[in-house]
Each structure stands twice: as C-alpha cells, then as structure tokens.
Design a protein around this ligand. Sequence first.
Ligand code: NAD
Ligand code: AHE
Ligand code: ZN
Ligand code: ZN
Length: 379
Amino acid sequence: MATQGQVITCKAAVAYEPNKPLVIEDVQVAPPQAGEVRIKILFTALCHTDAYTWSGKDPEGLFPCILGHEAAGIVESVGEGVTEVQPGDHVIPCYQAECRECKFCKSGKTNLCGKVRTATGAGVMMNDRKSRFSINGKPIYHFMGTSTFSQYTVVHDVSVAKIDPQAPLDKVCLLGCGVPTGLGAVWNTAKVEPGAIVAIFGLGTVGLAVAEGAKSAGASRIIGVDIDSKKFDVAKNFGVTEFVNPKDYDKPIQQVLVDLTDGGVDYSFECIGNVSVMRSALECCHKGWGTSVIIGVAASGQEISTRPFQLVTGRVWKGTAFGGFKSRSQVPWLVDKYMKKEIKIDEYITHNLTLGDINKAFDLMHEGGCLRCVLKMNE
Ligand SMILES: NC(=O)c1ccc[n+]([C@@H]2O[C@H](COP(=O)([O-])OP(=O)(O)OC[C@H]3O[C@@H](n4cnc5c(N)ncnc54)[C@H](O)[C@@H]3O)[C@@H](O)[C@H]2O)c1
Ligand SMILES: N[C@@H](CCC(=O)N[C@@H](CSCO)C(=O)NCC(=O)O)C(=O)O
Ligand SMILES: [Zn+2]
Ligand SMILES: [Zn+2]
C-alpha cells in the first residue's frame, strides 16, 4: 500500500489551549512502530469527556493535543509484531486497553488494563514515550490513547477492537464510549436484577444507555432525574418510566426519591460528573442494600463526601469505567448485538456534521437537544 511506512499528512482538529476553539490543521502522522496500529478514522462522535479535558479541568489534560475517543475506522498499516489486525480491517479504537496479560487483565475482577495506561495518560506512545503526531516537527500530544479527531491516528494494538466489516461505521462509532458505558454500568457493575427500582441522575447519552440497560435487565421502575425537563420526552423511548426534576422540589432530591420508593431505590447511577449529585445518588439508595454507581467524571480537585453511616447501614458506593466491558473482547460483541437490533445506537445520534464543523459540534453538545453528534472525517 502506498502510504505504508510513510508519514501521512492529514487534517486533524488540534486543541492548542484549554477552551480556545479547536484548529483544523495539516498534521503529520508517523508510521506505526512495533505493537502499534495506524487507523484511518472515518467517523468520530464527541463525548463530554472530550469537553472536560478541553476545559482544562482534567489533571491529565496536555496541550497541544488531538482529542476524541468515540470513533470507527479502517486499519491503514500495522507495526512490527502486530498479529490481531491487518490493513483493511474495520475497527473501533478503545481508550480502555485490553492486553490479556497484565495483572489487571488476568485478575478477572476488572476491565482496567495496566499495559499502556501510563503512556496514554502522558499523551505519548509506550515504545519510545513520544508522540506520532507533529506539525512541522513540533509534537502534538495524543489523548486517551485514541485521538480520533484526526483523519489518521496511531494507537497501541491492545487498544483496537476488530469488528464486523458489515457494521455501519457512522453508527457503531458510538460503541467507543458512551453507549457501552451506560449499558455496562447496569449489566456488569451494578448487575441490576429483574424487578429492581432504578434512579438515573442525568439523562444524556450515558444516562439514557443506563435506562436502556435497566429496561433490558427487567427493572420495574426507572426514575429519571434531570434539571432539564425537555429530556423527559426522549427518555421515555429509552425505558424511563418516571421523571423527577429537582427544581420542582424544596426538599433534597434524595429525600424526594426515598419518599417516592418506600425507603429508597435499589440502584442509582450518577451520569453527570457533579459531586453533590453523587452524594444525592448514594443517599437515595435503600438502607441495607442500595448500590450507587458513579459514572460521571468530576473535575480535578473535586471530592465526594457522605456520612460514613450511609455505608455502615449497607449502602454501597461503586464506580465504573467503560461500563466494566473488556474492550477488545466485548466491543465486537456489542457491534453484533447492534446488528441483531438488540441494542440501540441510531436513536442516540441527533446530529451529523463534518470534521471542519467540530467547534459547532461542541457548541451543540452544550444544548439540551443534542445527544451524540457524529462527524464525517473525509469532507
Ligand atoms: N466512567 C466512564 O467510563 C464514562 C464514560 C463516558 C462518559 N462519562 C461521563 O459521564 C457523564 C455524562 O456524559 P453524557 O455524555 O451523558 O453527558 P450529558 O451532558 O449529555 O448529560 C448530562 C445530563 O445531566 C443533566 N444534569 C446536569 N446537571 C444536573 C443536576 N444537577 N441534576 C440533574 N441532572 C443534571 C443535564 O441536563 C444532562 O441531561 C460525563 O461526566 C462524562 O464525562 C464517563
Ligand atoms: N484523566 C481523567 C480521567 C477521567 C476518567 O475517569 N475517564 C474514564 C473514561 S471517561 C470516557 O468518556 C475512565 O475510563 N477512567 C479510567 C482510566 O482513565 O483509566 C481524570 O483524571 O479526571
Ligand atoms: Zn467518553
Ligand atoms: Zn492488560
């Protein structure tokens, strides 16, 4: 192939400084080294974690960088020793790696993988602790080991899920983050059982995927909590059965939910990233067994708190990354579930734009009507 082993110059959206508009630049993308894969990204969506890092509140945020972690594409070339994918394979880059060899992967207790995490947190590749992106010789940091706001990216081979080539890449790109996170929080982390009462704080893509997961798990009541009442109509289509807007009440929202549910919910999910809501989500859980799962990402310096008595009396506080899914093993399975119409994806896509419109896409994200905006990379 003509580009194999060559530096590729392509368009990418570069974040030079926190909160300053992204700039579409011609970026040089170096060939993949040993254990690395260069991917032609065809579609990427935006996730709130991109906005979080861009805001400057992420302690791991490095600038200049190329953000983006919810995408799909085709392998362009592979480095030495890469055996599980080859040029032409359809893939989803995975910010949560799965090496199958490290202490984490072998534990059977977590989907977190330790193999490349220090490098991805430092915005570089593991081999030489350098970036594969540059502009006229000046390096640009990677982000989350994915950097999908670029027409080409380089990732570690342990961070690539090979998927069904029939799957529409403009849809399954969402399986790179938000939808699996919500579904997995229910199925893998909380393990919601039939009949359970569930409360979901925040009805964005992640919260709606929690609702979808809870409905399929057989929850009897799915209570959506959001300060934007416009969210309620769309949430019904994802399985939410009741709605509560904290602004309609004078008492703390945890008390409202305890009163509505004869003592509290069985499971709650925080899908916002607000530490005070995290407290409410824990404290609306039923004494003795209620479990609250933190999904939202809170800014650097923020801390959670509650009376330890809440835990002494049986409530459980948990968190989840990528919904507990093992990325390389289970993303292809999620793609197959979508192809069999067993999970939704299309319904989360409210907008379609191109890479050149990325700043507009971020503006849309902050409007209530936008769930996911998918960017086409090659226009
Ligand atoms: N843990 C993970 O692996 C993981 C993966 C993906 C996303 N996330 C995080 O999950 C969070 C949600 O992501 P999203 O894309 O669904 O975001 P989103 O912004 O689309 O949704 C958040 C929702 O919360 C509502 N909200 C805001 N403040 C509220 C409050 N005080 N009370 C009730 N509702 C409130 C908003 O109206 C909105 O509907 C983000 O923090 C994101 O970074 C975590
Ligand atoms: N650098 C951030 C980490 C934020 C965070 O918790 N990220 C989630 C994924 S959010 C996807 O939208 C995650 O998977 N965490 C586990 C990990 O990063 O290994 C911060 O420090 O706040
Ligand atoms: Zn995300
Ligand atoms: Zn591992």
